[in-house]
Design a protein around this ligand. Structure first.
Ligand code: GRF
Length: 225
């Protein structure tokens, strides 16, 4: 079985999009530095100039770019500008990490099957903002983390990895958020590693890793990575 051409496109040069605190960015930086993630974060882009994550990037020696989302004629124009910044740095995988903007086809099509997001719930439960508050209000006993491909529909793309997190008696939005965040910091590097190891493909809504005699051996990263 020939290597999946989609997987071949996923280079080990990562661009991270943020809007704020950047603790997931930090988890990726740490994982890349200590060898758990065999990839390089080559650029961090924020739509907000005061995002704390920009300092995390600078401290790690990573190119930190501010690209405000205001003042563009359209959402597509902004997404195209994002794509240009990422392509200029030969990014192969785009990771959204608390990027508080919907992204559309102008960015997604520039990186086919190579834009991913982390969301603090077990999707399809509780998409959108305040996922942890939604979980508390709904009274679920288990919530968690989802890493998924980004599609134009909000928080609805094919799921790469999920981790369950218990909701405990007496949890508040804050205590649940903290427990989920700790799981996020483990899940994101793990999900990216799954992608970079290759051998997967998207079938309908599912990200599948074929097994058996025809299974692909892990696809190698792109030669220019
Ligand atoms: C995380 O909970 C992430 O799942 C969500 O936004 C939050 C970002 O936190 N998409 P941080 O900026 O990575 O600390």
């Amino acid at each position: 079985m020939t290597p999946d051409p989609i997987t071949e496109l996923v280079a080990r040069r990562i661009g991270v999009l943020i809007s704020g605190r950047g603790s997931n960015l930090q988890a990726l930086i740490d994982a890349a530095q200590d060898g758990r993630l065999d990839a390089s974060i080559v650029v961090v882009i924020s739509n907000r100039e005061n995002a704390a994550g920009l300092d995390r990037a600078r401290q790690a020696g990573i190119d930190a770019v501010v690209l405000p989302h205001t003042g563009w004629p359209s959402r597509d124009d902004y997404d195209r500008a994002l794509a240009r910044e990422l392509q200029a740095r030969r990014v192969g995988l785009v990771c959204l990490a608390g990027f508080m903007r919907r992204v559309g086809p102008a960015l997604i099509d520039a990186f086919p099957d190579a834009v991913v997001n982390i969301h603090p719930s077990l999707l399809p439960a509780f998409p959108g903002a305040d996922a942890q508050r939604q979980a508390i209000e709904h009274g679920v006993k288990v919530s968690g983390v989802t890493v998924h491909f980004v599609t134009p529909e909000l928080d609805a793309g094919p799921i790469i990895l999920q981790r369950a997190v218990p909701v405990l008696e007496g949890d508040t939005e804050d205590t649940l958020s903290a427990r989920i965040l700790a799981a996020e910091h483990q899940a994101y590097p793990a999900a990216i590693t799954l992608l970079l190891n290759g051998g997967w493909r998207i079938v309908g809504r599912r990200v599948v890793r074929p097994t058996g005699p025809d299974a692909a051996s892990p696809s190698p990263p792109r030669a220019d990575s």
